[in-house]
Design a protein around this ligand. Structure first.
Ligand code: CP
Ligand code: NVA
Length: 333
């Protein structure tokens, strides 16, 4: 494949062609295999990256840092900067572009990540915004590829829950790009944005994908992946009551898994997940609303077909692929 992503930002999967996405997934597979064999790369030697987080993170921050160090680069975690307070985003982007070879941003507005790319002059990677979580979707697809013998074009990828959040949006886009069956199961109030659905349906005409959006739980029939995410995303913490009301019948539990009728099904979740009471927030929800588990039952979360920790590890390999492809000096060790 004659693909060159040098100098490109990774803001949304919309900007990437199906072949470019396949290229990143193949590169991630190779980098993962190399690391397993103890072969560390040096594609980011002499490169500096900066990580900006307006929202909290475990996986994304650690993946960017470890991936960078694995490839010989240096990472700065920028907390407490002047950006947006004493210095405009434009000026900050111009400054960071003088110091760094790449910028990761996680935060609220998609416009922020786009403006950073516009003004910094270096590749910017979206580590999650209210609208998209594109590096997550790469890890999700890599995990599916590792767990199926079927071509992706024959796979049904079902997302159950808040069908209009950043994770659902990115899954719908990547499945549409790769010619897969994307199935979003959620109450009508939480269906994907109509423009995004139209975009994915248009794309599906050329890629052979299929897009289903349904409020019926029976729509999970034949799924290869059952996926869910938190009912309340970062920045929406005032919405627990209404989301629990809307989503209480959409928990991924054993009954829902059985509805899929696929012995080879895998369960995925981007994490963090509310599957027990071992978190402060989970406990607060239990005390207020009496729920011990939310989007996924503990039973499903811990089942052998749950691949959530492989998926979490794959954040490292896919994020590494994005950085190596866009700012790396060499792509392979
Ligand atoms: N899945 C994910 O983005 O995890 P973090 O919020 O821990 O980065
Ligand atoms: N939809 C979630 C994803 C967390 C990784 C959120 O935005 O909080």
């Amino acid at each position: 494949m004659d693909i060159n992503l040098k100098g490109r930002s990774f803001l949304t999967l919309k900007d990437y062609t199906p072949d470019e996405i396949r290229y990143l997934l193949d590169l991630a597979r190779t980098l993962k295999e190399n690391k397993r064999q103890g072969k560390m790369g040096n594609s980011l030697k002499g490169k500096n990256i900066v990580l900006i987080f307006e929202k909290t993170s475990t996986r994304t921050r650690c993946a960017f840092e470890t991936a960078c160090y694995d490839e010989g680069g240096h990472a700065t975690f920028l907390s407490n900067s002047q950006m947006g307070k004493k210095e405009s985003l434009e000026d900050t982007a111009k400054v960071l572009g003088r110091f760094y070879d790449g910028i990761e941003f996680r935060g609220f507005s998609q416009k922020t990540v786009e403006d950073l790319a516009l003004h910094s002059g270096v590749p910017v990677w979206n580590g999650l915004t209210d609208l998209y979580h594109p590096t997550q979707a790469l890890a999700d697809l890599l995990t599916l590829m590792e767990n199926t013998d079927k071509p992706l074009s024959e796979c049904k990828f079902t997302y159950v829950g808040d069908g209009r959040n950043n994770v659902a949006n990115s899954i719908m886009i990547i499945c549409a790009k790769l010619g897969m069956h994307a199935c979003i199961v959620s109450p009508k109030e939480l269906w994907p944005d109509k423009d995004l659905q139209n975009y994915c349906e248009d794309l599906a005409k050329s890629t052979g994908a299929k897009i289903t959006v349904s409020h019926e739980l029976d729509a999970v029939l034949g799924s290869d992946v059952l996926y869910t995410d938190v009912w309340v995303s970062m920045g929406e913490e005032d919405k627990f009551k209404e989301r629990i009301e809307l989503l209480k019948d959409y928990q991924v539990n054993k009954a829902l898994v059985e509805k899929a009728q696929n012995p080879n099904l895998i369960f995925l979740h981007c994490l963090p997940a509310f599957h027990d009471l071992n978190t402060a927030m989970g406990l607060e929800v239990y005390e207020k609303y009496g729920l011990k588990e939310m989007e996924v039952s503990d039973e499903v979360f811990r089942a052998p077909y749950s691949k959530v920790f492989d998926q979490a590890e794959n954040r490292l390999h896919t994020i590494k692929a994005v950085m190596v492809a866009t700012i790396g000096s060499r792509e392979m060790v």
